[in-house]
Design a protein around this ligand. Sequence first.
Ligand code: AVJ
Length: 308
Amino acid sequence: MGAEVMRGLTATPKTLSPWLFYDEAGSRLFEAITRLPEYYLTRTERAIFAQHADAMIASAGDEPLKLIELGAGTATKTGLLLRAAIRKQNTVEYVPIDVSQSAMQAAKARLESEIRGVHVEPRVADYTDGLAEIPAEGMRRMVLYIGSSIGNFEPEDAVEVLREVRKRLAPGDWLLLGADRVKDRQTLLHAYDDGAGITAEFNRNVLVRINRELGANFNPRLFRHLARWNEAKSRIEMHLESVTAQMVIVSALDLEVRFAAGETIHTENSYKFTDESIRRIVERAGFRIERCWMDALAWFGVYLAASY
Ligand code: AVJ
């Protein structure tokens, strides 16, 4: 974390990587974001699963499936897919992979008590590492990468992430990828700048975390939350804008950081996709898109891709 903060705050323009958001408070704030009226992503993807989970499972062939989820977190949407798998094959093995031990334990306890026939075998790991050791045991693997988490990566890096996934799968295995789609600019902007200010708090929380973990003295109130739609790159950007000229000390890094009034720290990209842009990434990674499900407004897409 120190290395990442050092790199980002000494770069021009200044940046901080979005994985820094997710300390305990940040994870709680993200959960709150997923329930906001403006943040359509989570409920839209959940509705797609509610309507099409059986078709998703059926489209992945006749052999029994083992479900593996990258960055599973609390796995709240996955239950819909697990139930569909159980309707078809009676029982299902589910391997959630996440860096949070506590989220994994909570997911296992909840899913095994709520859904008869599911067996949860969590892996506490960085997700491609975790994937390495998952034997197929005569089943087809279906790797879930949902929530448009892929949108945090530059397209080149997204291809690389999916290539790493592909390397650990066999021909006949599947990828189920959730991706947020390009839509009107106001809808996109409101999703990242909500009326209750939760996203602003989530963004500023990275400064609170750096204060606590690296002994910095950021005053979060002196940084304004900005959400921008970068049309040319098809991405929402989040920034923190210094409202005044100021200097901040990060004692653990022995670093003094100067900000001009109006200078920004770029904290996140959230890419928005078209069928063509997602297809290009998925195919460059060695998968073939077989099917896609969307909501009625085509705001969000769930893509089933075959490893071959
Ligand atoms: C978890 C990366 C999918 O980009 O929409 C939510 C994170 N950032 N609000 C997203 C996020 C601001 C989210 N992802």
